[in-house]
Design a protein around this ligand. Structure first.
Ligand code: SF4
Ligand code: SF3
Length: 543
């Protein structure tokens, strides 16, 4: 195996024996094989569209495959092999309808036994892309960005919002990886990946806000009630809505977990009175927090952590969508009305004790772009009067490395005349610190999930317009992004493509950036990594 797609990759180079995330060698290889067969299918979808054939089902399938391989989404190699087989059957059906001139092996490869799948899986990892490590690094950069893009595209299509251009770009990217390319063209492809990142985040924003309303300032309880509970994790708001509908009036409380917290701010979700609050913290604390939750847990997307040998909650955890874990059950059935059938989870919840309280109090959320623009006058007054000196974007992911304590310390040491703009699970490092407010504006404004980082780009562009500036980089905004998995890669690329320079990312720079690529990214976009809190305060001109 060789996997270097996330920030925790071994030695910041690549996981080669077992993933730091817990992914086994076999699962990692099978995920690579899934990408390989998706390349074959992508050759055909692109050709089929040129021949006037609709490929919507195949594009959605490819999107789901990409999503399945992101960090901490799916550890279930058996189910992934099945997805590989499904991909081959999509491919072969399409092949029978069109004429194809390409001859890449991914268009024709197939196997007769699982053993052959495992053998092939060893040969098709990202290390085989190119001999030139810079080209290879750029192709990995594109692939990982496209995986993040796929996650957002899938949430959007689950709500009925699609953009064929995004599907086409993801498929063209998969095909590009199989071909020779110049350094310059590969670098430009990375830039174009960011442009499509903006598009997919805008699409998902439209999907979420037109379905569930614009997030509004909301106080969310972090304690517990006395009813049995169901905990829902991941990012898929449609799954949450269906769970809320099916649990209504059943004496069960629904709690959000990790990246599902922002759901509590959407009018059409918070209207359900049994959506009672948020339980726990960022994903990596689940090994302890699921023990004390006592009731069933539903994963709609990443981040799953493989259970310990001593874990007692395995029979209480369910997966759906792109997620999977061999020890946990999958929700496969649908109700006659088309919704996912969560009855097994609901029946189990009724037999469970209520959650054990691990925290009390509440946190304030709901500062997506619409709400922030409603406060724009107040914020501009505070900026103009000097009450707010700087806005500090601290979006992205959280993870388990000790070095992540930097972000808590950074938030604590920020001068009192700064406001943190956050989104993604990175917020759990500082969203319970009680950092106060400036003239009634909370010092931590939480826009939502990682994809809602779009809100900060949107707000920055609006502020530039209102303040009549010719360059977005003249705004009193600095970017200190915490990254972990591939959604943070697409978010960061999207920010770069909007012209935002001098972003800092950490705790480390991506392992797939070779020294040459790093200097190219630094030259063109001024990307830097974090140093110590004290040094960074000076670099950001905050101290
Ligand atoms: Fe390693 Fe990250 Fe890949 Fe897991 S996802 S195998 S931790 S690089
Ligand atoms: Fe977190 Fe996994 Fe990335 Fe959506 S839940 S931000 S790490």
């Amino acid at each position: 195996m060789f996997c270097n797609q996330c920030q925790e990759t071994a030695k910041n180079t690549g996981c080669t024996i077992k993933g730091v995330c817990g992914k086994t060698e076999e699962t990692s290889n099978i995920q690579d094989l899934l990408m390989f067969v998706c390349q074959g299918l992508s050759y055909l979808t692109i050709a089929a569209r040129k021949q006037g054939i609709d490929t919507n089902a195949e594009s959605k399938h490819i999107t789901n495959c990409l999503f399945t391989t992101i960090t901490n989404a799916n550890f279930d190699e058996k189910s992934i092999i099945q997805v590989v087989k499904d991909t081959i059957s999509y491919r072969d059906q399409l092949k029978s309808k069109i004429s194809v001139s390409d001859t890449h092996p991914s268009i024709s490869w197939s196997a007769k036994s699982d053993a052959e799948y495992y053998e092939k899986a060893k040969e098709v990892g990202t290390l085989t892309y190119d001999a030139d490590e810079d080209i290879r690094g750029l192709k990995q950069y594109v692939l990982f960005g496209v995986k993040g893009m796929a996650a957002y595209a899938e949430h959007a299509f689950n709500l009925g919002f699609e953009d064929p251009e995004i599907y086409n770009f993801m498929e063209e990217s998969l095909v590009m990886i199989t071909k020779p390319i110049s350094l310059n063209d590969a670098f430009n492809w990375v830039v174009r990946t960011g442009e499509h990142g903006v598009k997919v985040m805008a699409l998902l924003d439209k999907a979420n806000t037109s379905t569930f309303g614009n997030p509004e300032i909301s106080k969310v309880k972090i304690g517990v009630g006395t009813n049995p509970g169901i905990l829902i994790s991941g990012h898929d708001l449609k799954d949450l809505e269906q769970l809320l509908i099916q649990t209504e009036g059943k004496g069960i409380d629904v709690y959000t977990h990790s990246e599902m917290l922002p759901a509590n701010a959407y009018p059409n979700l918070k209207k359900y009175k049994h959506l009672v609050g948020n339980y726990g913290n960022a994903w990596h604390r689940q090994l302890d927090e699921f023990e004390t939750f006592n009731g069933p847990i539903l994963f709609t997307t990443n981040c799953l952590v493989p259970p310990r040998k001593t874990t007692t909650y395995n029979d209480r955890v369910f997966t759906t969508g792109a997620t999977g874990m061999p020890e946990w059950k999958r929700i496969e059935k649908r109700l006659p009305n088309g919704q996912k059938d969560f009855s097994e989870i609901i029946e189990l919840a009724k037999t469970c004790p209520p959650p054990t309280e691990i925290e009390t109090g509440e946190i304030t959320i709901g500062f997506a772009h619409n709400q922030v623009l409603a406060l724009a006058g107040q914020i501009l007054d505070a900026v103009n009067s000097g009450a707010i000196k700087k806005l500090v974007v601290m979006s992205g992911c959280d993870a388990r490395q000790k070095t992540r304590e930097y972000f808590t310390e950074f938030a604590k040491q920020l001068p009192k005349d700064t406001v943190i703009l956050t989104s993604g699970c990175a917020k759990y490092r500082y969203n319970k610190l009680q950092l106060g407010d400036i003239n009634g504006i909370p010092r931590v404004l939480d826009a939502g999930q990682c994809n809602d980082s779009y809100s900060w780009a949107f707000v920055a562009l609006k502020l530039k317009e209102v303040l009549n500036l010719d360059d977005i980089n003249k705004l009193p905004i600095v970017f200190n992004i915490a990254w972990y998995e591939q959604k943070a890669i697409i978010v960061h690329l999207a920010l770069l493509s909007l012209g935002i320079k001098n972003t800092h990312i950490g705790p480390t720079l991506p392992g797939f950036l070779t020294p040459n690529l790093l200097s190219a990214v630094q030259q063109q976009f001024g990307v830097q990594t974090i140093k110590t809190v004290e040094e960074d305060m000076k670099i950001f001109k905050l101290a």
